[in-house]
Design a protein around this ligand. Structure first.
Ligand code: ADP
Ligand code: MG
Ligand code: MG
Ligand code: MG
Ligand code: MG
Ligand code: MG
Length: 685
C-alpha cells in the first residue's frame, strides 16, 4: 500500500486545504524523477509477484473459524527472524525449511489487520529457471508465515473472509462495532491495520464523500432465497453517528448484500505482478498491451462468491473494492449540479485504467477514453517541462484526485530527492495497471504492474497465473503483439467479468488480429501454416486505417485463451489464442525439454480454466456451500460452512504441496470436485 511514513495525519478538513500543495509538489517530484530517469536504458528484465493472505484462527472444539487480528505480532516475529537470518544467525523455526541460495521472502502489512502480504526476497530474473522457482518459493512463503503463527492460525488465500461483517464474533480478539474512523455498523475500527495511515485513509474517504462508502452486491437467488431480498443484517435504527442515517436514506439496496466500510473491499486478497522494462519505451508499451488483458484475467481467476455470510450473484472482488474506496462527492457522481467540485468523475479512484501511454504508431486516437478527465493545469506544467502529451495526460489524469492522507510534517519543505507527494497520489489511484517510475536512486528501472487478478486457493495456481502473465509479456515484446482496443471496451469488459461464471458464459471485446502485418516474403517461404512461427517475422508497426469497430469482436474466454476455430464475422483470421502465442514464443526460444514440460503444467491449467474443464475457485466455493449439510437453499453461508470451507481450502494448499509425490494436479482437482466431471469428496494423501 505504498509508503508508510510516520507523522501527524490531517483530518479531512485540513487535508482538503493542503490538496493543491501536495499535488503541485507531487508533480515537481515526478518531473525530477522523469528528468533523471527518462533516458535510463538497459535495465534487465526483472519481475516479482505479491501474494496476499487472510490469517484465520480455528476454534476446533466449537468448529468455528475467525479472522485473527494478530498481523502486527506475526510481522514482528517474521521481521526478527529475517533479520537474524541475514546476519547469519540460526533461526530454529527456519532451520529445516531454509532454501539454499534464496533470500528469505519479505512480508508486508496490508489494510486489513487480518492480512499479510509476501513477496520473494529478491525479484525474479529473465531465466526460465526462475519461472520454475516461483511455485516452490510461494509454498515456502506460506510455510514460513505459518511457522510464525499460533498452532491454530493459518494463512489462507481466499480473496475474502466469507463471514466478515456478520453479527457474530467473526474476529479474534473480539471488538464490537463501531468506531469513529469507519463508523461502520458491521465492523469495528480495529479491523484495520492500526498504523495511522490506514484508519485515516478510511476516515478521510468517508469524510470527503460526505457519507459512508456503500457497497451493494447482488444476492444470489437460490431456491429458498426470500425475494425481494432485504439484507437482514442491516440495522435501520442506529443513532450513534450521523452516518447511521445512510441506510435510512437508501444506501442499502433491495436484492443486494449491503456493506458500509473500506475494509469490506480493501480487506480482499489479490495476486499482483510487477515487471521491470528495459527502458521507458518498453514500459509504456507493456502498460498498454497488458491493459486489455485485465478483465480476461479477472474472469479467469474469479474467486469471490461470498460476502458477509451470503452467496453473491457475482464471482469477483473488483467492483466491491472500487466502491469501498470511492471518495467521490455527490457533485462528482453527478447527483448534484457542480458547485464546489471541479468535475464529474465517471470512475472511482479504484477502477480499470483509463489511459494508453505508449508512443506507438498503432495507437489510434479512437482508442482513447472520451470520458477521460484530466487536470489541464497539471498537464500543461508537465508538457512545459518537455513531457510528451500521452504521458502528461496519464499523470494529469491520476492527479485529478485529492490526496487522502497528508502528514502535517511533510508540508514544510519540498524535497525533490523524495517521492512522498507523488506517491501519495500514485499509490491511491488503484487502477488495474500501474506505471511505476524508478525510485530516486535509479537502481530500479521503469516498471509496470498488472493488478486485476484474484488470489488463488493454491500456490500451484498462483504460480501458474504469474508465470503465464510473464510469458505473455515476453510474447508481446518478442512478436510485437497488438492487443489495442478502445479503452471503453475494456471498461465494459471489466463489468462483464463480474457475472457468475463469466469465464464460461460471457463474451469479451478483444482484438481480432494481434500479429503484425506479415511481410509478403514470409508467407511465400513456408510460414503460412497458421500462427506457429510469428517469431520469424520482423515487426512492422503500421498505422492502421478503417473503422475501429472492425478491429475487434466479442469472444469467449476460451477463444481468447485457446484460439478461435474460425474468424469472427468482421475478421479474416481466427484469433490465435494467448496460450498458443505463448507456445510459439517458447518454440522460438529453444527451451529445454524438461523446462518445457514443467511450464506446460501451468499453461495446461490456464487452458483448462478457460475451456471449463477446471472450475474457478468461485464456482467451486459456491458449489461447496450449496452442497453443505447446513445449507438451506437461502443464500446464507453459515458459520459451520465457513469453518468447513476454510479447512477444505487449507487442506488443499497442503495436499497440492505433495503433488510432486504422486497426487497429480488434475487428479487432485477432480477429487476436490473442481472439474467438470464431479466425483465424491475425498481427502488427500
Ligand atoms: P507494491 O505493493 O507497491 O506494488 P511491492 O514492493 O509490494 O510493491 O512488490 C512489488 C513486486 O515487485 C515484488 O514482487 C518485488 O519482488 C518486485 N520487484 C522489486 N524490485 C523489482 C524490480 N526492479 N523490477 C521488477 N520487480 C521488482
Ligand atoms: Mg501493496
Ligand atoms: Mg507497496
Ligand atoms: Mg506490495
Ligand atoms: Mg498488497
Ligand atoms: Mg502491488
Amino acid at each position: 500500500m505504498g509508503l508508510l511514513a510516520l507523522g501527524t495525519p490531517l483530518e479531512w478538513r485540513d487535508a482538503k486545504k493542503a490538496a493543491d500543495q501536495v499535488r503541485q509538489w507531487g508533480i515537481e517530484q515526478l518531473l525530477a524523477i522523469w528528468r533523471r530517469a527518462k533516458g535510463k536504458e538497459r535495465d534487465v528484465l526483472r519481475w516479482g509477484d505479491e501474494i496476499e493472505y487472510l490469517v484465520v484462527a480455528y476454534e476446533y472444539q466449537q468448529r468455528k473459524v475467525k479472522l485473527s487480528l494478530r498481523q502486527a505480532d506475526i510481522l514482528d516475529a517474521l521481521a526478527k527472524d529475517v533479520a537474524l537470518q541475514k546476519q547469519g544467525g540460526c533461526v530454529p523455526e527456519l532451520q529445516n525449511i531454509a532454501r539454499e541460495g534464496e533470500p528469505l521472502p519479505t512480508f508486508h502489512p496490508e489494510f486489513g489487520r487480518f492480512m499479510l502480504e509476501a513477496t520473494p526476497g529478491k525479484p525474479w530474473g529473465i531465466g526460465f529457471k526462475d519461472l520454475l522457482d516461483v511455485e516452490p518459493n510461494m509454498k515456502w512463503r506460506r510455510t514460513i508465515a505459518k511457522e510464525h503463527m499460533e498452532p491454530n492460525e493459518y494463512p489462507i488465500t481466499l480473496t475474502t473472509f466469507p463471514r466478515l461483517g456478520t453479527r457474530d464474533d467473526f474476529i479474534t480478539p473480539y471488538y464490537p462495532p463501531s468506531g469513529d474512523r469507519l463508523r461502520s455498523q458491521f465492523l469495528p475500527d480495529e479491523i484495520a491495520n492500526p498504523h495511522i495511515r490506514f484508519p485515516t485513509l478510511a476516515a478521510n474517504i468517508r469524510a470527503r464523500r460526505g457519507r459512508k462508502v456503500a457497497i451493494n452486491v447482488p444476492i444470489f437467488q437460490d431456491e429458498h432465497t426470500a425475494m425481494p431480498f432485504q439484507d437482514p443484517t442491516v440495522d435501520y435504527d442506529l443513532h450513534k453517528w450521523p452516518e447511521d442515517d445512510d441506510v435510512r436514506n437508501g444506501a442499502a439496496k433491495e436484492d443486494h448484500i449491503y456493506m458500509d466500510a473500506m475494509a469490506f473491499g480493501m480487506g480482499s486478497c489479490c495476486l499482483q505482478i510487477t515487471f521491470q522494462a528495459k527502458n521507458i519505451i518498453e514500459g509504456r508499451k507493456l502498460y498498454d498491451q497488458l491493459s486489455p488483458l485485465g478483465p480476461i484475467l479477472l474472469a479467469l481467476t474469479a474467486a469471490t462468491p461470498i460476502y458477509k455470510g451470503f452467496l453473491a450473484d457475482t464471482d469477483v472482488r473488483w467492483n466491491q473494492i472500487s466502491r469501498a474506496v470511492d471518495d467521490r462527492t455527490p457533485e462528482e457522481l453527478g447527483e448534484k449540479p457542480l458547485h464546489n467540485d471541479r468535475w464529474r468523475l465517471p470512475k472511482s479512484r479504484y477502477a480499470s485504467n483509463s489511459t494508453y501511454i505508449s508512443q506507438d504508431p498503432r495507437l489510434r486516437k479512437e482508442y482513447m477514453d472520451p470520458e477521460l478527465v484530466v487536470d489541464e493545469g497539471i498537464k500543461q506544467r508537465l508538457m512545459d517541462e518537455g513531457m510528451d502529451d500521452l504521458l502528461a495526460t496519464h499523470f494529469a489524469h491520476l492527479f485529478i484526485r485529492d490526496p487522502i492522507v497528508i502528514f502535517g510534517e511533510d508540508l514544510k519543505e519540498l524535497d525533490l530527492s523524495k517521492t512522498d507527494h507523488f506517491e501519495n497520489l500514485q499509490s491511491t489511484n488503484w487502477q488495474h495497471m500501474r506505471f511505476k517510475p524508478p525510485p530516486p536512486d535509479n537502481s530500479i528501472g521503469w516498471r509496470v504492474e498488472f493488478r486485476p487478478m484474484e488470489i488463488q486457493i493454491t500456490d500451484f495456481e498462483n504460480a501458474a497465473f504469474s508465470v503465464f502473465i510473464v510469458l505473455v509479456t515476453r510474447a508481446i515484446l518478442s512478436f510485437d503483439l497488438n492487443f489495442y482496443i478502445p479503452i471503453p471496451r475494456t471498461t465494459e469488459n471489466m463489468e462483464t467479468a463480474h457475472a457468475r461464471d463469466a469465464v464460461l458464459n460471457e463474451k469479451f471485446y478483444f482484438r481480432n488480429d494481434p500479429l503484425p502485418p506479415r511481410p509478403a516474403k514470409a508467407s511465400a517461404n513456408g510460414h503460412a501454416s497458421g500462427n506457429t512461427t510469428p517469431a520469424a517475422q520482423p515487426s512492422r508497426p503500421a498505422t492502421p486505417t478503417g473503422p475501429v469497430e472492425d478491429e475487434y469482436s466479442l469472444m469467449t474466454i476460451d477463444e481468447i485463451i485457446n484460439g478461435q476455430s474460425s474468424p469472427s464475422e468482421n475478421s479474416t483470421k481466427p484469433f490465435p489464442g494467448l496460450v498458443p502465442l505463448v507456445e510459439s514464443y517458447l518454440n522460438s526460444m529453444n527451451v529445454d525439454v524438461q523446462t518445457r514440460c514443467d511450464l506446460a503444467r501451468y499453461l495446461d491449467l490456464i487452458r483448462k480454466r478457460a475451456n471449463g474443464r477446471y472450475w474457478t475457485a468461485a464456482k467451486w466455493i459456491r458449489h461447496f456451500v450449496r452442497g453443505h449439510g447446513e445449507y438451506q437453499g437461502d443464500s446464507v453461508v453459515s458459520e459451520r460452512t465457513t469453518y468447513d470451507l476454510c479447512m477444505a481450502v487449507e487442506e488443499m494448499t497442503r495436499c497440492e504441496g505433495r503433488s510432486g509425490e504422486g497426487v497429480g494436479w488434475e487428479m487432485f482437482m477432480e477429487n476436490k470436485g473442481m472439474t467438470r466431471k464431479r466425483k465424491g469428496e475425498s481427502a488427500c494423501g
